[in-house]
Design a protein around this ligand. Sequence first.
Ligand code: GLC
Length: 571
Amino acid sequence: MTTIIQDKEWWKKATIYQIYPKSFCDSGNKGTGDIQGIISKLDYLKLLGVDAIWLTPIYDSPMIDNGYDIADYYTVNPDFGTMADFDELLKQAHQRGIRIVMDIVVNHTSTAHQWFQSALGDVNSPYRDFYIWKDPVKGDIPNNWQSKFGGSAWEMDEKTSQYYLHLFAKEQADLNWENPKVREEVKQVISFWAEKGVDGFRLDVINLISKQQDYASDDVGDGRRFYTDGPRVHEYLQEISEAVFQKYGSVTVGEMSSTTLEHCQQYSSNDGKELSMVFNFHHLKADYENGEKWTNAPFDFLQLKQIFNHWQTGLNGKGWGALFWCNHDQPRVVSRLGNDTEYRLESAKMLAASVHMMQGTPYIYQGEEIGMTNPGYTELSQYQDVESTNMYDIMVNHQSTSHDEMIKILAQKSRDNSRTPMQWDTSEFAGFSKGLPWLEVAKNYLDINANQAVDDPNSVFYFYQRLIQLRKEVDVITSGSYVDLFPEHNAIFAYQRKSDKQTLICLNNYYADEVECVLPEHLNVEGARYLLGNYLLGDYLLDKGVGGESSAVSRHQVLKPYETKIILIES
Ligand code: GLC
């Protein structure tokens, strides 16, 4: 049995693995994943070496938004199992030294939640004020705020002729955080799971909980500036943190939609008054044309590097960020920024190294560790995601996008790209389930699957394993400052991490052509050695561990297609 390290800031050297339970592993033949399926894969995760699992919502839910519409915070969705299954998962994970981080969605509840059911149609309900109701303005919607999933953010309650706010689907009603009773309920919910021994929480869209109270129309945008990092958000987080997170020593990661560095410095400040760390998404907008998600544009490489530079230098010493490319809302990174055909292995590893060697806590989304790709769906009927189907309807039926164009956009941008069943082996349905999966398995599972990866020492899986170990062994990865070495280079992303005793260089070629560069004079390459790379397996220390064999590092570097090299200089 492994004991969990009790260091208060254990998460600074940790790597967290995200599980989307519906698509991870089905222990039966339902076609949807479940908690027993997760338990059956804990040894696989132990082999990978991750320190914690972030579970996306497993609570009772009508699943309009796959669990981000919670109907009961205290019950496990029967599709996933029972509370006894969850308790077993917690126990078995802890026995392996793996912590559990739960997803908590408290910006909104499902409209099937009993609070909303009581509030709907009844202005005298004790729960009416749990939600945000507004009268029509001039016989129309209260303002022009848009739902993140398309269309107005307001829905009419016919009985009372008032509208309720929903920043996401109309089945996800926003909670009214101005009401102290809501905040008390939130504390109780989180305490319930913390009492069970859950180690931390991922807080869904948590920077949207405080809305500007005049609910004005936005004459320059979709309303987000009136509720993003809103007026009382820090106060609310401090209140919850003091009552629950600090009491239980929970690790917390806030999902911060369209946030700013200044706010994130405060959310994740070292004083520990709010959260442990933040997710921001700016680097994942480098392939949005004019900030628009529903477009197909190549990614802006220089912009990508500028964004990393801004956040890496801005959070150093002031806060803490999550490092990631993939999650259940993002397409697969190897298809997005890498090359998912000829250089799939190389680019998957290079992309991994380029974020894992930064400061922060890395997150691996299920399947990323084996280089899973977008599935390449060609039919609308293959998509299930509420955002994707809404956007199809808006853009094709109400705007001028053609069906064919939208199918191409969905194949790049849909959230279902990352939600396809986990590819375990070469058996039918990729070993995910014995029944027909709820979402079609990507056709490449015969070549890309976990069994193959575990059997192949050159796989993406073992590269991630090394990255996870390196973070534990090489201090500069956690503590060092960050400098972009070639901010203007149009193919190489190279950065330096530096502390008193160590300098680490991470060199990455983001394209399929060989490129060259010369490392700056200030770096003492004589004392340098390679820690890891994605070519020449064996020459590097992949299986020798840090401190093993060194091979001379030249100042003049040639990088093969999608090559990554991690170099350490110790003084
Ligand atoms: C977050 C979740 C996403 C969900 C949304 C609304 O962005 O990651 O999956 O749809 O919040 O809860």
